[in-house]
Write a protein that binds this ligand. Structure first.
Ligand code: TPP
Ligand code: MG
Length: 318
């Protein structure tokens, strides 16, 4: 699917209460284009609860169930069970997509118990975590997804811990489909949503969601910052199916040597939340910590990719 072939129908309507350049609303727009009108949306307490606009108006063109902060996995399970029942009774003729939409606070922290339980039971829904790396709706507090050294309103000199990786925790649940996504690669995201919709069971997709007010960059730069995250290797794009991980889009090109890995400072400098790492023209040693980690990850990925190529070569010849 190419960008110009995306369905024209808009289900993310005009008049939302989202901030200018809001990544969550941009991601929802593409997700709706991939899934279409026959979708039931579960929204977990987050910016998305607010950006729908004040009751009785709604900017979302599908049925929405707004639910409590901890309940993404549990509500997804309940809606999936209801769908199954209504299909069996013949009340629903066509299977709707069940889409759970939650932030990183609602996924990494308070919601992980319900999500893990649902994933282990294999409940039939797509779970999208739009990860803006903070509790944005309540004023940018740190979450388990906030990256190392980032300012938040309660890590004012930079977070001391590295983030955890929930996509990999979902891989460890042996799900039929786990993927990561970026707003700078909308076709990649669209295809991943379409694929997730074609698979039964629990599907987990995580979208990096650069937030202009929370990360402190201009509201016209959401896509630029999204792209830099991939180009500098801070954010990896992949999909995991049948026990195998395949890297996609910009990440795949870096691993295979078609694009270069940019220095992480380019990504960090684009955001005010890392400003303290570049005070007085000097680079803080935490920038080196970042680069070292990323270089290690990419050394391993490139090595694994070359090894696979060599083995395939040998298999073909032998
Ligand atoms: C049990 C509970 N604690 C706190 C809140 C207040 N609250 C609503 S949204 C939110 C932050 C959500 O963060 P995240 O899930 O990352 O979504 P974002 O706001 O970043 O979109 C909080 C703390 C709540 N609704 N319920
Ligand atoms: Mg968040």
């Amino acid at each position: 699917m190419r960008l110009k072939d995306f369905p024209e129908e808009e289900l993310f309507l005009k008049g939302s209460a989202a901030c200018a350049g809001c990544p969550g609303s941009m991601a929802l727009r593409v997700a709706f284009k991939a899934l279409g009108r026959n979708t039931l949306l579960v929204v977990i307490a987050s910016c998305t609860s607010v950006l729908q606009s004040p009751f009785p108006y709604s900017a979302l063109g599908v049925p929405v169930l707004n639910m409590a902060f901890a309940t993404g996995g549990a509500t997804g399970s309940g809606v999936a069970a209801a769908v199954e029942h209504l299909l069996k009774k013949g009340i629903l003729r066509e299977r709707p997509n069940v889409l759970v939409w939650a932030g990183d606070g609602g996924t990494y922290d308070i919601g992980i118990q319900a999500l893990s339980g649902a994933a282990e039971r294999g409940e039939d829904f797509i779970y999208v975590c739009y990860n803006n790396e903070a509790y944005s709706n309540t004023g940018t507090q740190r979450s388990g997804a906030t990256p190392y050294a980032a300012w938040t309103s309660n890590t004012i000199s930079g977070k001391r811990e590295w983030r955890k990786d929930v996509a990999q925790i979902m891989v460890a649940h042996d799900l039929p489909y786990v993927a990561t996504a970026s707003l700078a690669y909308p076709t990649d995201f669209f295809n991943k949503m379409r694929k997730a919709a074609s698979i039964r069971g629990t599907k987990y997709i995580e979208m990096l969601a650069p937030c202009p007010p929370g990360w402190k960059f201009p509201s016209d730069s959401t896509v630029r910052v999204s792209r830099l995250a991939v180009q500098t290797g801070v954010w990896l794009l992949y999909e995991h199916e049948n026990g195998r991980t395949a890297y996609t889009a910009g990440t795949k090109r870096i691993i295979e040597g078609q694009s270069e890995l940019l220095p992480v400072s380019e990504y960090l400098k684009a955001q005010g939340r890392f400003r303290h790492l570049f005070r007085g023209g000097e680079e803080d040693e935490r920038v080196r910590d970042y680069q070292k980690r990323i270089d290690e990850v990419f050394d391993n990925l490139r090595f694994a990719s070359r090894l696979r190529e060599r083995l395939m070569d040998l298999e073909i010849r032998g």
